[in-house]
Design a protein around this ligand. Structure first.
Ligand SMILES: [Zn+2]
Length: 380
């Protein structure tokens, strides 16, 4: 039911919006894809000559080549075989995301032509940047000494008693997942291959995706409002079909609380690209040509996925306005004096505002510190 709903939704969105969505240089231009080749030396035992952390790094490198060729920015949590401790990887991801938001805010600040006419914007953006600097400093603290600081800020070791309250600093960092720059342009893929428990059952094969959702009761209490499941499910569904089509059987999409999908403020999935304890899956994962085809499946999936979700944001906004209603602006938006993009007066940082009225499909009038102004939902 859940799956079918998202599938139908994705198709509707693609059908309705793809024509208006164009790319400048490469279909993945502006997208940031973070690859986490799971494990590292000494953390994934060899099985019949297969070593997971080596093959997943080969896959990540092939993915990086093709994704970059299609215009994406690709970041890896490790580029060699040295193991990166688990809590460090989500912190790296979160820091990349916060730095990207910070860069966007600075660009917005620098785009203000006459600061004395736009003091409200200047102050709002400066406050935002100061908060981001503060959060980045906390992430740096954890990176410097993960043994001491990871357990203070993060839910590690994972609290299975469901009594732990999220640290306010960490909540602030995770809430930035709702910034549209991150939500609609970033994705983390943690790359793994699977093994059955002991005794090993070599008959089990196939690919799985894990994602973090509110459906998981262990997450609900700690991360109330976790919002990535809607987008990551679309990606997972498309990906498993693509992997199935090149010969590794589609298995399940499972809500879970692995650290890399749980403690990140970027939409994240953990993919088991087949079972290395199964001879047929293992032979494919050992084959560089197969990994090259798998990398193409990922790249194609990213193209479909971003095309499917990005216009959803505008649709989400256009359906909710009535005068007097409180509206939360998820990104910094331009303010216009009238319903004409030539009348830009300022920009407004993410915040709650009151709706005054609407005009057409895309214009919403809001109450601001400069009086009633207009925002355009399609204007970026
Ligand atoms: Zn693994």
């Amino acid at each position: 039911m859940y799956k079918k709903l998202f599938y139908v939704l994705a198709i509707m969105i693609i059908a309705a919006f793809v024509p208006v969505y164009s790319h400048a240089a490469g279909p993945l231009e502006g997208r940031v894809i973070i690859l986490d080749p799971g494990h590292g030396h000494g953390t994934s035992p060899a099985f019949a000559g297969y070593i997971e952390h080596i093959r997943m790094l080969v896959l990540a490198e092939k993915m990086r080549d093709i994704l970059e060729a299609r215009g994406a920015t690709v970041l890896l949590t490790r580029e060699n075989h040295i193991d990166i401790p688990l809590p460090v990887r989500p912190v790296m991801v979160n820091k990349w995301a916060l730095e990207a938001i910070r860069n966007e805010r600075i660009a917005q600040l620098n785009s203000i032509q006459i600061p004395e006419y736009e003091q409200g914007c200047v102050y709002a953006l400066q406050a935002d940047i100061a908060q981001l600097d503060h959060s980045i400093a906390i992430l740096d603290k954890i990176l410097t000494n993960p043994q001491v600081y990871a357990p203070i800020y993060m839910n590690t070791p994972f609290d299975t008693t469901r009594t732990r309250v999220i640290h306010p600093e960490w909540r602030r960092i995770l809430e930035l997942q709702n910034d549209p720059l991150i939500r609609y342009n970033f994705m983390v893929v943690s790359l793994h291959s699977n093994a059955t428990g002991t005794p090993v059952d070599t008959s089990i094969n196939g690919a799985d995706v894990f994602l973090s959702t509110n459906c998981n009761v262990l997450n609900t209490t700690y991360f109330a409002g976790y919002s990535h499941a809607d987008v990551t499910y679309i990606f997972a569904d498309m990906l498993l079909d693509g992997i199935h089509n090149i010969g590794i059987r589609r298995r399940e999409i499972t809500p879970f609380h692995w650290m890399i999908i749980r403690e990140t403020n970027v939409p994240a999935v953990l993919v088991e690209n087949g079972f290395h304890t199964n001879a047929a899956d293992r032979a494919k994962l050992q084959d560089d040509n197969f990994l090259a085809r798998l990398a193409v499946v990922y790249a194609d999936t990213f193209e479909q996925y971003f095309a499917a979700i990005t216009p959803a944001y505008a649709e989400e906004l256009t359906t909710i306005f009535t005068p007097g209603q409180r509206l939360y602006l998820e990104r910094t938006m331009h303010l216009f004096a009238s319903t004409d993009t030539a009348t830009r007066v300022c920009a407004i940082a993410p915040q709650a505002v009151r709706v005054v009225g609407t005009y057409g499909q895309n214009w919403v009038q809001i109450s601001t510190w400069l009086g009633d102004k207009w925002i355009n939902l399609w204007h970026r």
